[in-house]
Design a protein around this ligand. Structure first.
Ligand code: SF4
Length: 591
């Protein structure tokens, strides 16, 4: 059905083209990301339109992007708008229209889907597509080329705001040339994150999430999914991220894909899924723990809050005891990498209650705990109900909250500082030995307190959150711990060396002067008896060994593998019996 709505073409714009040349483009957050949406728009329309797609990143300059788009000589530019690129996309559109007012500009994507009127008013765009635009885009461009005065459903213009949010027919999508198998992507597959969707939609109602506005869950045919996965694995993809909102919603669907991926496991490939942990069964967990190659799957599990009144307010169904039980069983299996998500700033969650949520989630020991801050996304029910909870939030994307009735701006700022510390010292995975020791001996069960104190230490000492060296992180943590009367130098040293596969050039603390280090290693390299006993050579000592004094008499040698060698790093302790560089050296080792 088409709506009979007059277009408001300007004189210059009034179409005289038989065939319109179109380009679909977006700005990805990083180069490694790929836009599946662009590829869908392209494959759905390439046989009916003169259409190409082009990806940029938000780091690229506006002028460079607009020059490149204008140089294509296209008549229509379609831009996919997301929360991470909305501000930049607005700039680009203004510039494009200034340079060429004849251009038709169409926008789509989650950021604009539920508020087309806002973008038509604020940006010089011609049309907004709400929802899944694969087929609607072709209909719209064809209508423009013919000068028709009707708009397909789901398309808004200044004269007409559509109430429809399009859903593409999945069966029809599956019959198109595959967006995963484009020849132009083949070369780069191994260097980029490949996004795959096996379903669309989410049955849940989380009030802060745009997916809660979609109706129902639609699945791609299984043979279609498996055929594309086979292609990607064989073509050398290294990271596949499944975009399904809740991947494990349907047991048979989940099991079939997991089984296929395990049967087609290839070293160097990893797969990420968004998983609802309450829905995992004991049988599925046992099966994964038994069959899965270690580190092959990474599950992102949104917990958000463990406070029931908060979960009720945001309509998030969650059985935390069951979820915790499932996560512990997965952790015990040691096969799946777990990434647990929390959100600060949800309704009714005070600072103290947030700390409890954090500690309860952290106790599950996920490899990563991602602490996000609530964002009031356009089109969500929580944004609509913001006043009810006293929300103050940023007017510009990403619309992060500043405060609400339960939590103040100062408290949120403090959580932000703790989050920086969490990222550096836990999620980076660079401080495993130190963190283990800290949480077992000094901060048992008080996980948030450590990151909170570290965050405040960074703030008080004006330490940077960006542009630091690895050595700075170690030094700052060491000094922070000393300020608390905690000396974990040995654990920090172990962690530091764990960050390297080969002997590092430097160190984070001046324990031994460069010249002295060289002389010591040279002297050890002369000790034939010692070398023989430890199956070492002079070269290994001089080129692959780091040396650290343990006390007046002993040195710790950390021996790294040679380049390309797959052996583990090892440590040997030397006991110095007598020592004088100018005379001769006598070492006895003590293991
Ligand atoms: S947060 Fe996840 S589960 Fe909740 S509505 Fe959004 S996609 Fe669905």
């Amino acid at each position: 059905m088409f709506y009979a709505v007059k277009h408001s073409f300007t004189n210059e714009q009034f179409p005289t083209f038989a065939v319109m040349k179109a380009i679909v483009a977006t700005l990805n957050a990083k180069y490694i990301h790929t836009s599946l949406a662009l590829r869908w728009l392209y494959v759905a329309n390439k046989d009916r339109l003169d259409i190409r797609f082009r990806e940029f990143t938000i780091k690229e300059e506006t002028e460079k992007i607009t020059d490149e788009l204008l140089a294509t000589g296209c008549d229509v530019i379609c831009l996919s708008v997301y929360i991470w690129n909305v501000e930049r996309t607005g700039e680009i559109i203004r510039w494009l229209k200034q340079c060429n007012p004849r251009l038709f500009i169409i926008i789509g994507g989650p950021e604009v889907t539920y508020e087309p009127a806002h973008f038509l008013q604020e940006w010089p765009v011609d049309y907004v597509i709400s929802g899944e635009g694969e087929f609607v885009l072709g209909d719209l461009i064809e209508a423009l080329a013919k000068g028709e005065t009707t708009l397909p459903p789901g398309v808004s213009s200044r004269d007409h705001i559509s109430q429809t949010v399009c859903q593409a027919d999945i069966t029809r999508l599956a019959q198109l040339p595959s967006p995963y198998q484009l020849e132009e992507d083949r070369e780069e597959l191994k260097n980029r994150l490949v996004y795959v969707e096996t379903s669309r939609g989410c049955p849940y109602q989380c009030q802060y999430c745009l997916s809660s506005r979609e109706k129902g869950v639609r699945y791609f045919p299984m043979d279609y999914v498996l055929d594309n996965l086979k292609y990607l694995i064989e073509a050398g993809a290294r990271q596949i991220k499944f975009l399904d909102r809740t991947f494990n919603l349907n047991k048979e669907h989940t099991r079939a894909i997991f089984e296929f991926l395990i049967d087609h496991y290839r070293e160097g490939l990893s797969c990420q899924f968004e998983v609802y942990a309450d829905l995992l069964t004991d049988e599925m967990i046992d099966w994964l723990n038994e069959r899965l190659p270690t580190g092959y799957f990474r599950f992102e599990i949104g917990i958000q809050s463990t406070y029931e009144p908060t979960n009720r307010a945001i309509k998030r169904q969650q059985d935390f005891p069951l979820l915790a039980h499932n996560i512990r069983r997965l952790m015990a299996g040691g096969k799946v990498v777990l990434h647990l998500d929390l959100i600060a700033g949800l309704p009714y969650e005070t600072f103290d209650r947030f700390v409890q949520s954090f500690n309860e989630v952290f106790a599950l020991e996920g490899e990563e705990v991602q602490l996000g801050f609530l964002k009031m996304l356009r089109g969500t029910n929580l944004r609509r109900d913001a006043d009810r909870y006293g929300y103050q939030y940023a007017a510009h994307a990403p619309y992060e909250i500043v405060a609400n009735d339960a939590i103040s701006a100062t408290e949120l700022h403090r959580i932000h500082e703790a989050e920086h510390a969490l990222e550096k010292y836990w999620n980076s995975g660079r401080f495993k030995a130190t963190m283990r020791k800290l949480f077992s001996d000094y901060y048992p069960g008080r996980y948030f307190q450590l990151f909170d104190e570290l965050g405040q230490y960074y703030e008080e000492n004006h330490l940077p959150h960006r542009g630091y060296l690895l050595e700075d992180l170690f030094r700052h943590l060491h000094h922070f711990l000393l300020s608390k009367g905690i000396d974990l130098y040995d654990a920090l040293r172990t962690d530091y060396y764990s960050n390297f596969t080969q002997r590092p050039r430097g160190y984070w603390m001046q324990t031994i002067d460069k010249k002295e280090r060289k002389k010591l290693l040279y002297a050890i390299g002369q000790d034939k008896e010692f070398l023989l006993r430890h199956r070492l050579t002079r070269r290994i000592i001089e080129k692959q060994t780091a040396i650290d004094p343990l006390d007046q008499q002993r040195y710790l040698l950390t021996i790294f593998p040679a380049e390309g060698e797959k052996t583990a790093r090892r440590e040997v302790i030397y006991h110095r019996k007598s020592f004088a560089f100018s005379a001769f050296f006598t070492f006895a080792d003590q293991e």
